[in-house]
Design a protein around this ligand. Structure first.
Ligand code: UGA
Length: 435
């Protein structure tokens, strides 16, 4: 099927390449010329495992191309909207300007029988609003909502082999379901569950899934606070409660908490939307979820001062990790970068490193100091703080690493190191929620 994908960021670039991989004829549209150029040359504009290969093979097959011209969607029957919905400046709600602009730009090119498929994470009610708008300005074109659940670092796998497909369709719109089934035929043939529902439910599935995950992480981080006050060990606690299949162990890793371009802004926008709907109380707990999460960052700064004898000022601190999670170069709302900045603001001499995110970090925070490797960052440091659990950092040898630093002191902000091994190698080892 010929399809268009409007917006080629983390979501759209992966979706476009994955749809070409499934055999469709795909045109990706983005306003950013350099991104389009890079994608057309067969390279991903950001770090994401397996994406370079997928884009390169799509381009080579002739089934995938990228453009800045909306006119190039001509001939496509299905148009995926995959633009970002960031947090609005000065507010908790979602900034819908990119979704609205892409629909406005797309409408002149729509034909009767086309289907516009929203994938962006949006406030509940958006699909109905856009469907009314499209019905008026492009009669005969329909709208569906098909949220995306990909995780950065696993984006290709999550797109080609998702846990489930959700279609939000207007009542009685059988053709939308038929078209989406055709696009996802091979994914469905693999036995992927498919839920066909109304617009509001489809929109809510996405935000409630992210709200649940954020709540799960903040729950265990709240337990880490309790553990710190009582001498308990939050990792053992998580292992023990995680054996209960109703609870499950995943997303119970205590540490510096969640960041990224999704969880933080999605819980804020969800709460803001509930308030608009006059039911703010229903999601008031998400404010606590947010607060617990942000408190963990401050806790690391307090711990650093404690380890360094009361103040971080003038102390050399190595920060390992800048991305919001491993296997990504994404620094949006990254706890690691936030902590590095907080320490620098307190006049610590911070040297940060990350296997993939230095370029993005340097662009946004040119005043921070960066090193190319963990060893370079840690040279002569009085404290090491591990904030993103990249494999390279998890596998550091505490003995060899100990010979580089000035003082063997480490804060494990992700509870990912073997405390016994590090202590045996002479390190003062501190972590979050563990004695
Ligand atoms: C998240 C969701 O997991 C995806 O399902 C969703 O599709 C995506 O948002 C989205 O809305 O597009 P992502 O932001 O890529 O995906 O990252 P996660 O793997 O969810 O991690 C989010 C944050 O939580 C990271 O900073 C991670 O370090 C942190 N985290 C995760 C913890 O602190 N503890 C855990 O146990 C798990």
């Amino acid at each position: 099927m010929k399809i268009s994908v409007i917006g080629c960021g983390y979501l759209g670039a992966v979706h476009a390449a994955a749809m070409a991989e499934l055999g469709h004829d795909v045109v990706g549209v983005d306003v950013d010329e350099s991104k389009v150029e890079m994608l057309n040359s067969g390279r991903a504009p950001f770090f994401e495992p397996d994406l370079n290969d997928l884009v390169a093979s799509g381009i080579a097959s002739g089934r995938l191309r990228f453009t800045t011209e909306m006119a190039d969607v001509e001939g496509a029957r299905l148009h995926f909207i995959t633009v970002g919905t960031p947090q609005r400046e000065g507010s908790d709600s979602a900034d819908m300007r990119f979704v609205d602009a892409s629909i406005e730009a797309l409408v002149p090119w729509l034909h009767p029988g086309d289907l516009v498929v929203g994938k962006s994470t949006v406030p509940v009610g958006t699909a109905a609003r856009l469907a009314a708008l499209v019905a008026k300005s492009a009669p005969g074109t329909n709208v569906a909502w098909n949220p995306e659940f990909l995780r950065e670092g696993f984006a290709v796998k999550d797109t080609l082999a998702p846990d489930r497909l959700v279609y939000g369709i207007a009542s009685g719109d059988e053709t939308a379901t038929t078209l989406l089934d055709e696009v996802y035929a091979s994914i469905l043939a693999a036995g992927t569950p498919r839920i066909v529902t109304d617009f509001a439910t489809a929109e809510l599935v996405k935000v409630s899934a992210n709200a649940f995950l954020a709540t799960k992480i903040s729950f265990i981080n709240a337990m880490a606070e309790i553990a710190e006050a009582t001498g308990a060990d939050v990792t053992q606690l998580a292992d023990a409660i995680g054996h209960d299949v109703r609870i499950g162990r995943r997303f119970l890793n205590a540490g510096v908490g969640f960041g990224g371009g999704c969880l933080p802004k999605d819980i804020r926008a969800f709460r803001a939307r509930a308030e608009e709907l006059g039911i703010g109380e229903s999601l008031a707990f998400l404010r606590e979820v947010d607060s617990i999460n942000l408190r963990r960052r401050e806790r690391v700064v307090e711990l650093a001062a404690q380890v360094l004898g009361g103040s971080v000022a003038g102390k050399r601190i190595a920060v390992l990790g800048l991305a919001f999670k491993p296997d990504s170069d994404d620094i949006r709302d990254s706890p690691a970068l936030d902590i590095a900045n907080r320490l620098a603001a307190l006049h610590a001499v911070v040297v940060s490193t990350d296997p993939e995110a230095i370029e993005n970090a340097t662009r946004n925070y040119p005043d921070l100091s960066y090193a190319r490797s963990a060893e370079e960052a840690a040279k002569g440091s009085e404290l090491v703080i591990l904030l993103t659990e990249w494999k390279d950092y998890r596998e550091l040898d505490p003995v060899a690493f100990g010979s580089i630093v000035a003082d063997r002191a480490i804060i494990d902000g992700r509870n990912c190191l073997d405390s016994v091994r590090w202590r045996e190698a002479g390190w003062e080892y501190r972590s979050l929620g563990r004695p």
